[in-house]
Design a binder for this molecule. Structure first.
Ligand code: ZN
Length: 401
């Protein structure tokens, strides 16, 4: 006899686990006890169940709640003027070099109160949640000083509640702040010695990220930061090979990074390094679209080498003002030619790996009961429709949202 609090029955399940396509279980049922899955399978094979409540949903599909594994949603202001400049022909690098880009958001975010930051971030989070997202990674990196990085991560922490899981990533090495102009080594020293340890002591950091690029930080500087992160037992991830091939992917893999993100210019050697280290390739097709990039990540090579591919919004005010995980899925399909199944895995099972979360991303006995319920006739519709929200219900940690 299986005791449970909630039994969902009459459903078709895209469990995203096992070897079959989408891990489909037709005519299935899921029994939830407390916040986890107590039983899942074909309904006619269910053991004797004693439940407090039953939800009968004939014809509906369920999948793991979606995971947005790369966002920058805590920021103030916007950069629509920069969008306009880019449309008039300026490149992202030119805008960054002329004082625009990330630094303009840093200035706005430094001035903003915690309350205002919380308000705007909460709105963005609600939009993601309305599409079925149950876990969101949020990066700092618009402070670039101790007090603002702390403010951003505290806001991220405050966003976490029973209805949404938040992973907080320290992105102090996002850009060089104006007060450290021409002194990037000193800045890396500052964040390694003063910022990172302090924020880690306050339990505000789940992982450490950096931006490896000729307009950002060098491979050697990132090595110094990652060594510090590893010494604090913090996992690392990296914005790598987005605008040029700097060997960032190999660098991330050499540190056993959870993920390497962007990867438009990743070489064959980089792909092999990811395969060897088990690092997830996080694809950010929104930034590719908004920056009008031409070179695509080496998707076929990732497939050949069985590198797990996740997809995220990269929601940020500069290169990806996109707050829709399903739009990111559609872009991954239409721009990068991922299959609809790869797209759904990219925001469930593979996104969970990119965050180092073992309890989410698939529907299996013992995993968290984070479940999205959909009005669709097949899970391939989730990367297909745009402008129609097929979410029917969202269950997070066993509770209906
Ligand atoms: Zn990013």
């Amino acid at each position: 006899m299986v005791q449970c609090d909630l039994l969902i029955r009459g459903i078709n399940i895209a469990s995203m686990s096992g070897n079959s396509s989408y891990g489909i279980i037709e005519n299935g049922a899921i029994a939830i006890r407390d916040s986890t899955i107590a039983w899942i399978g074909k309904e006619d094979l269910a053991p004797e169940l004693k439940t407090k409540k039953t939800l009968s949903l004939p014809g509906k599909w369920v999948s793991p709640a979606l995971i947005d594994c790369h966002t920058h949603i805590v920021f103030s202001g916007n950069r629509a003027w920069e969008f306009e400049d880019r449309l008039k022909g300026k490149s992202y690098q030119e805008i960054a070099k002329s004082g625009g880009g990330i630094i303009s958001t840093v200035n706005e975010t430094r001035k903003s109160s915690s309350e205002d930051l919380l308000k705007v971030a909460k709105n963005r989070l609600n939009v993601l949640q309305s599409e079925g997202v149950g876990t969101v990674e949020i990066k700092s990196g618009y402070g670039l000083d101790l007090s603002t990085e702390k403010k951003m991560l505290e806001v991220a922490k405050e966003l976490e509640n029973e209805q949404i899981c938040i992973k907080k990533t320290f992105l102090g090495a996002h850009a060089l702040p104006p007060e450290y102009a021409e002194k990037s080594d000193d800045y890396i020293k500052y964040i390694c010695e003063e910022v990172l340890p302090e924020l880690h002591n306050l339990s505000l950091i789940d992982a450490v990220d950096a931006f490896c690029e000729n307009i950002a930080f060098s491979n050697h500087q990132i090595e110094i930061l990652f060594e510090k992160a590893i010494s604090l037992d913090l996992p690392v991830k990296l914005h790598a090979d987005q605008l040029s091939n700097s060997g960032g992917t190999e660098l991330a893999a050499s540190f056993g990074a959870l993920s390497a993100d962007h990867l438009e210019y990743t070489s064959q050697k980089g792909v092999e390094a990811l395969a060897e280290s088990g690092t997830v390739a996080v694809l950010l097709p929104g930034a590719f679209l908004m920056l009008n990039e031409k070179q695509k990540p080496p998707i076929d090579d990732f497939r050949k080498m069985s590198v797990p591919m996740a997809i995220a919004t990269d929601c940020n005010p500069g290169s990806s003002p996109i707050c829709s995980i399903r739009f990111a899925m559609s872009l991954a399909a239409n721009l990068f030619h991922l299959t609809p199944e790869e797209c759904l895995a990219g925001v469930t099972s593979e996104a969970a790996k990119a965050l180092g979360i073992e309890s989410k991303g698939t529907l299996e006995i013992g995993k968290d009961a984070d479940i999205a319920i959909w009005d669709i006739s097949h899970p391939n519709e989730l990367a297909y429709w745009l402008g129609i929200n097929p979410l029917s219900k969202l269950i997070i940690a066993g509770k209906m949202i």
